[in-house]
Design a protein around this ligand. Structure first.
Ligand code: PLP
Length: 394
């Protein structure tokens, strides 16, 4: 048997690993609260489910769809870019529908990177970016940022080389929940323009913003999509559609045709039934989106004070978007005498029965990621359990 060098270097997704471990403990009868994964706990809205049932019943399942997705869905995404982002002049040929936003990112890296090309990733960054860049032959370059967790042109400039090809921006960000404002985005856009660096903007949490915050994408600073900018998004987070695996890329037409060629060999097409479901998500009734957003907002407002009251958990700035908290736990390590965040999350899981993710999976030391995509009672209980775990060391 042989395993490639590429596969040998590959680690499973840390967030999925923690979650699988927690799910196994729950299956074994242990009362674990899983705050490890970014998986909204709501049912997919009924109208979306019905669209999928109708697609099955009307026989839309027995053929391959075009590799980049069915035309009405690609058109619906282009229309969404006009209505939500104010981007004019886009059509179905600027859109590829993919098997989750993960495949949107994967196929993008495959289409833009040559061996040795560098991609700037502000720390902390979502676990899969770095692995996907490596799988495309590229080199992920971590960019340390200040305590605001927001990258600046100066931070990027410190890591710029003649091999820099792209920069990945995620706002609202996983795992910190920070949102970039228009001024910050303009500065980043000007810098990337001046250095001819492409921007991959991962906007998957764009509709999950709280307490009056608003979302602007770097892609909407101009009326027309700059060919340097690639937009990634999907249905998983906004419509609670993680299991349907529906994402998309919006980009220059030429690039989309190459992404589409890649997808034709990689996935053939995204699942037909799911495409009809996403079409309904984008064109049908939007009431449930606000219901779910409001529920996340209430959870954030409830658990933020509970979390920051736990000894050794430090998170001075309240997040504004996505559904994660990323506290500094240096204090908790000191108080407990536990040496590493890896050991800390493992002790929390085995002793307090709460699953969190070690922040080092996101390239940053001394932090943990807490997902609040879980119901309010479970969240309150989890905070009480973590508090009890910490109080024993005092
Ligand atoms: N981008 C970010 C920042 C994410 O957090 C996730 C999922 O956790 C994804 C992309 C992938 O989403 P999808 O479920 O559509 O593949």
């Amino acid at each position: 048997m042989k395993i490639s060098q590429r596969a040998q270097q590959l680690q499973p997704s840390a967030t999925m690993k923690v979650s699988a471990q927690a799910k196994q403990m729950i299956a074994d009868g242990i009362d674990v609260i899983n705050l490890g994964i970014g998986e909204p706990d709501f049912e997919t809205p009924k109208n979306i489910e019905q669209a999928a049932i109708d697609a099955i019943k009307s026989g839309k399942t027995s053929f391959y769809t075009p590799a980049a997705g069915i035309l009405p869905l690609r058109t619906a995404v282009a229309d969404k870019m006009a209505s939500d982002y104010g981007l004019t002049g886009l059509s179905a040929s600027n859109v590829a529908i993919t098997t989750g936003a993960k495949m949107a990112l994967y196929s993008t890296f495959q289409a833009i990177l040559d061996p040795g090309d560098e991609v700037l990733l502000p720390e902390p960054y979502w676990v899969s970016y770095a692995e996907q860049i490596k799988l495309a032959g590229g080199v992920p370059i971590s960019v340390p940022v200040g305590s605001s967790f927001k990258v600046t042109p100066a931070d990027l400039a410190a890591k710029l080389t003649d091999k820099t090809v792209a920069f990945v921006l995620n706002s609202p960000e996983n795992p910190t929940g920070v949102i970039y404002d228009q001024q910050e985005l303009t500065a980043l856009n000007d810098w990337t323009k001046a250095h001819d660096v492409m921007v991959i903007t991962d906007d998957i949490y764009g509709q999950l913003v709280y307490n009056g915050a608003s979302f602007t994408s770097i892609a909407q600073l101009d009326d027309q999509l700059d060919p340097r900018i690639i937009i990634i998004s999907g249905g998983s987070k906004t419509y609670s559609m993680t299991g349907w695996r529906m994402g998309y890329v919006v980009a220059d037409e030429q690039l989309i045709s190459k992404i589409s060629a890649f997808l034709s060999h990689a996935t053939g097409n995204p699942t037909a039934v799911s495409q009809y479901a996403l079409l309904e998500a984008f064109t049908g009734n939007q009431d449930q989106v606000e219901v779910m957003r409001k529920a996340f907002e209430d959870r954030l407002n409830t658990i933020y004070p509970l979390l920051t009251a736990i000894p050794g958990f430090d998170l001075p700035v309240k997040p504004q978007g996505a559904f994660y908290l990323f506290p500094d736990v240096s204090g908790a390590l000191k108080i407990s005498g536990i040496a590493t965040t890896g050991e800390f999350v493992s002790r929390l899981l085995s002793e307090a029965h709460v699953a969190l993710v070690d922040g080092s999976a996101f390239g940053v030391k001394n932090h943990v990621r807490i997902s609040y995509a879980t119901d309010m009672d479970a969240l309150k209980t989890a905070m009480a359990r973590i508090n009890k775990f910490m109080v024993q060391f005092k």
